[in-house]
Design a binder for this molecule. Structure first.
Ligand code: RFL
Ligand code: PHB
Length: 404
């Protein structure tokens, strides 16, 4: 068994783990990342696409915004299509100039992995049988890689290992409370090298179910359809997908839609999920390990980033300023923001999707709510200020020791 020592052991190299690693590196705080998949697998995963301004600011703070500045697409509005008519929500006009940026999670991950390689930081990929131990006293992590057993002794463990990870599952049952809502449908998503149907994202509420027209660039589109959970991806040929998408769109969009072969196709279930608290002694949970939102509000990746903003500040305060304040407040601060994003994501999902169980009355009420939102500046502002991201402070630290 090889025994290593570090300050922070980070479990998982998704956006949460990689961003934490980068911010700790910038502050000169030693850490190691342990990831169960290969680097190629991590770099190829296709997921979220929208960054809030605060997430962009954090990536800048982490020094990984070069590619983002060049290729990210600033968006100042979104369209909502209902009753066959498009309504524009002018995000920037309603939020004193804020915007969102279209930039794929895949790109964020690649940028962070590149920065990590350049700084020669330690990552164990393809780690098997990862286990975390003794996190209420003297934490350590054990795992196997290439038949070699490792033990990593550390001050803290950051559980950035996603919804199915080992960290949350290791917390004693009587110390944790979870809140969950599972939706009776999923999103079938495809990626295709065709120009987007419109300059802005279109969120579609239709009798046939929800659809979303999104993009990754001016030549790459990402489209989603609400589908029953019982559907399997093999049942959806590209032709069937495009046909159904057209059926949910308005005449103009149908006309403008360019179709082509898909380069990725998958079905994701929709879930709302929150863990309380988010710290257990020397173990922190962050990102999808602690909470899941349905993607309708485009919040999953952004919430992972705000957790990491709080966690990196807490650890910097601890190591550089000898203060435990940030560590003590971590869970409460994160959860305040998490629950607001959960509410928004649940509300958007409820408003825009068809639920089999809803009565004609429920449907009418929902249509009236949507009509109210779209017809009122106050209603539109509520949607816009949540969509661009509720503000939080990114702490700036002066005189940090040079990253080593
Ligand atoms: P991630 O990205 O899931 O990364 C967790 C990492 O931990 C690794 N891991 C382990 N490593 C070591 N030991 C173990 N025992 C481990 N168990 C797991 C995993 O291999 C992985 O590398 O979590 P993170 O970093 O918190 O990031 C969160 C975001 O990825 C997530 O919120 C969003 O992508 C959610 N999400 C979407 N959000 C959106 O805003 N828009 C979307 O369109 C969207 N699509 C999606 C999504 C999430 C999906 N999941 C979780 C399956 C589509 C899918 C399919
Ligand atoms: C995406 O482009 O993948 C995307 C965009 C907005 C969402 C969800 C997903 O609300």
């Amino acid at each position: 068994m090889e025994i290593l020592k570090t300050k922070v052991a980070i479990i998982g190299s998704g956006p949460a783990g990689l961003l934490l690693g980068q911010l700790l590196y910038k502050a000169g705080i030693e850490h190691i990342i342990i990831e169960q998949k290969s680097a190629d697998y991590v770099a190829a995963r296709i997921r979220a696409g929208i960054l809030e301004q605060v997430s962009v600011d954090l990536l800048k703070e982490a020094g990984v915004d070069q590619h983002l500045n060049e290729f990210g697409l600033p968006h100042h509005g979104i369209e909502i299509l209902t009753g066959g008519e498009k309504h524009r929500i002018d995000l920037s006009a309603l939020t004193q100039g804020k915007q969102v940026t279209v930039y794929g999670q895949t790109e964020v991950t690649k940028d962070l992995m590149q920065a990590r390689r350049e700084a020669d930081l330690t990552t164990f990929y393809e780690a098997q049988n990862v286990k975390i131990h003794d996190f209420y006293a003297q934490p350590y992590v054990t795992f196997t890689q290439n038949d070699q057993q490792y033990q990593i002794r550390c001050d803290f463990i950051a559980g950035c290992d996603g919804y199915h990870g080992v960290c949350r599952a290791s917390v004693p049952q009587d110390k944790i409370k979870t809140f969950e809502k599972v939706y009776p449908f999923g999103w079938l998503g495809i990626l295709a090298d065709v120009p987007p149907v419109s300059d802005e994202l279109i969120y579609v509420q239709s009798e046939r179910g929800f659809a979303l027209c999104s993009m990754r660039s001016n030549t790459r589109s990402r489209y989603y359809l609400q589908v029953p959970l019982t559907d399997r991806v093999e049942e959806w040929s590209d032709e069937r997908f495009w046909e159904e998408l057209k059926n949910r769109l308005d005449a103009e969009s149908r006309e403008n839609l360019v179709t082509g072969p898909s380069i990725e196709k998958s079905i994701a279930p929709l879930r709302s999920f929150v863990t309380e608290p988010m710290r257990f002694g020397h173990l922190f949970l962050a990102g999808d390990a602690a909470h899941i939102v349905p993607p309708t509000g485009a919040k999953g990746l952004n919430l992972a980033a705000s957790d990491i903003a709080y966690l990196s500040s807490a650890l910097i305060e601890y190591y550089i300023n000898n203060s435990e304040q940030g560590i003590i407040e971590y869970s409460e601060k994160c959860l305040k923001r998490v629950w607001k994003a959960e509410r928004f994501s649940w509300w958007m999902t409820h408003l825009l999707h068809r639920f089999e169980t809803e009565s004609d009355f429920d449907l009418k009420i929902k249509q009236a709510e949507l009509a109210y939102i779209l017809g009122s500046e106050a209603g539109q502002t509520t949607l816009a200020e949540n969509y661009v991201g509720l503000p939080y402070e990114i702490k700036k630290f002066e005189n940090l020791p040079k990253a080593s």
